[in-house]
Design a protein around this ligand. Structure first.
Ligand code: NAD
Length: 480
């Protein structure tokens, strides 16, 4: 039976709270380990370790040294690839292929990209005229912010956590990670990799636990934490922002979404179905960028509904489709399945729980589900479900599609499918989201800005944009 301990000051520890909570495997409900719950005392220790690291050998490293260390961490993840795949599969229940081809390699890639970014970003300088004619020189330098609190969700644990930890460390900060209570595995394992790579003690810390009145809450309230980066639900972001207001600490938020795909009648149907097959069902629909609203120009409506139905029905729960993360989350998703019917949806496919073999019957399975026929006020058209489902709605004009796509408080991502290049650019500029894909979905270049508008987030991370959050830019003015 696994024991998930905190990682504080380079050492694994149970902490002093004496509390643990069980970790169950989502695919069959089996108990796979006990997680040590951190409280105020563990967060205090982690903050002390992280602050001490800011004054220790870590502070003396050059950018090149840190960049080399980030590469060593990436190599360490790659060397222990099978361990990371196994840990994440046990935590999330998702298929091996997705772990091997996407989620774990991205964990390593996050360290590699920021190893490059920090070495190659220039800062600005200005020559400033002065009345005496001699002038002045202004130039900027970047300094680490200090101790960063990193609070993570469960849906792509290593990928989302390293997307924050890698730039934070590359910029010279130290971090305290609070992984989701549902997915303690890979953050813990990364502690071993950090030690093997030679990252100084206290630079990377992990404290397990829950949100309010537990590790998450205490971390965000701790005055020794200089800034907080968070990925998770919009509601949680609101609570964290209130905590961060004490001491005026900076926040970077990647929050929920209710993302649209807009499919025009001239779209390549095969390309569209391939992308939608992933954007609706990947990770059992538990992707913040995932599509839950599909808008289709009327002439293509029937063909698209039929094509996506075929894709949904080809998915095999237990093989190509994983479970939902927890019994609680399944209850939430199934409550939306029921609401859709109550609000008048036509269920094109799915809508319930699949019959699973005995050994998987304790898992949190749901059927991939497609609805049509709902009004725009329907719950499943407006609220983030985070399950393998979508509602498909016809539209008759570009203006209507844009207006409907923008009729939400969220603004994370959109996908546009058309072969008309001018229209693609025009619509992409009008859809109020942080990230738009044209004729694709989740095609990521890690140098590009990532984040959402409205209720989907604050700030952008990725490439040089991450440096805006993880460093303080200081200006120095020299009178010549
Ligand atoms: P969540 O908000 O419930 O939990 C996220 C983390 O916050 C967990 O570690 C949790 O323990 C912690 N937490 C909860 N309450 C807290 C509090 N008051 N103070 C401090 N910490 C607290 O989110 P989740 O259910 O784990 O993840 C799913 C959500 O994340 C979805 O809404 C999804 O859209 C969003 N998400 C967004 C992105 C993005 O990039 N925009 C990426 C992935 C997931």
């Amino acid at each position: 039976m696994a024991h998930f301990r905190h990682f504080i000051g380079g050492t694994f520890t149970q902490g002093t709270s004496g509390r643990t909570f069980p970790k169950y495997r989502p695919s069959d409900g089996a108990l796979i380990g006990h997680v040590h719950e951190g409280g105020r005392a563990e967060i205090d220790l982690a903050v002390q370790a992280a602050r001490a690291a800011q004054k220790g050998p870590w502070a003396g490293l050059t950018v090149d040294d840190r960049s080399d260390l980030m590469r060593a961490v990436a190599d360490g993840i790659t060397r222990r690839f099978d361990d990371f795949v196994a840990a994440e599969m046990a935590d999330t229940g998702q298929p091996r292929s997705m772990m091997e081809h996407a989620f774990i390699p991205r964990g390593a890639a996050n360290f590699r990209i920021f190893a490059d970014v920090v070495k190659n970003v220039a800062t600005e300088s200005f020559q400033t005229p002065t009345p005496d004619g001699r002038g002045a020189l202004n130039y900027a330098i970047r300094k680490p912010k200090g101790v960063i609190g990193v609070i993570c969700p469960w849906n792509a644990p290593l990928l989302l956590m390293t997307w924050k930890v890698a730039p934070a460390l590359a910029c010279g900060n130290s971090v305290i990670v609070k992984p989701s209570e549902e997915t303690p595995g890979t953050a813990t394992l990364l502690g071993e990799v950090m030690n093997d790579a030679g990252v100084p003690a206290g630079v990377y810390n992990v404290v397990h636990g829950f949100g309010p009145d537990s590790a998450g809450g205490y971390l965000t309230q701790h005055p020794g934490v200089d800034a907080i980066t968070f990925t998770g639900e919009t509601r949680t972001g609101t609570a964290i922002m209130q905590a961060a207001a004490h001491g005026l600490r900076d926040v970077s938020f990647e929050l929920g979404g209710k993302n649209s795909a807009i499919v025009f009648a001239d779209a390549d149907l095969d390309v569209t179905l391939e992308a939608l097959g992933r954007s609706v069902f990947l990770n059992c629909g538990q992707v913040c960028l995932g599509t839950e609203r599909v808008l289709v120009e009327r002439p293509l409506f029937e063909a698209l509904v039929a094509g996506l139905k075929e894709r949904a029905e080809a998915l095999k729960p237990g093989a190509t489709l994983g479970p939902l993360i927890s019994a609680e989350h399944r209850e939430k998703v199934l409550s939306y399945y029921a609401k859709a019917v109550a609000e008048g949806a036509r269920v094109v496919t799915g809508g319930g729980v699949p019959t699973m073999p005995d050994e998987l019957s304790g898992g949190h399975w749901v059927q991939p589900t497609i609805w049509t026929g709902l009004a725009d006020e329907a719950s499943v058209w407006n609220e983030e479900i985070f399950g393998p489902c979508c509602h498909i709605r016809p539209f008759d004009s570009e203006e209507e599609a844009i207006a409907v796509a923008n009729a939400t408080d969220y603004g994370l991502s959109a996908a546009i499918f058309t072969q008309d290049l001018s229209r693609a650019h025009r619509v992409a500029a009008e859809v109020d989201v942080g990230i738009t894909w044209v004729n694709s979905w989740f095609l990521r270049d890690l140098r590009t800005p990532f984040g959402g508008t409205g209720h989907s987030g604050i700030g952008r991370e990725g490439g040089v944009h991450s440096l805006e959050f993880y460093t303080e830019l200081r200006n120095i003015c020299v009178k010549l």
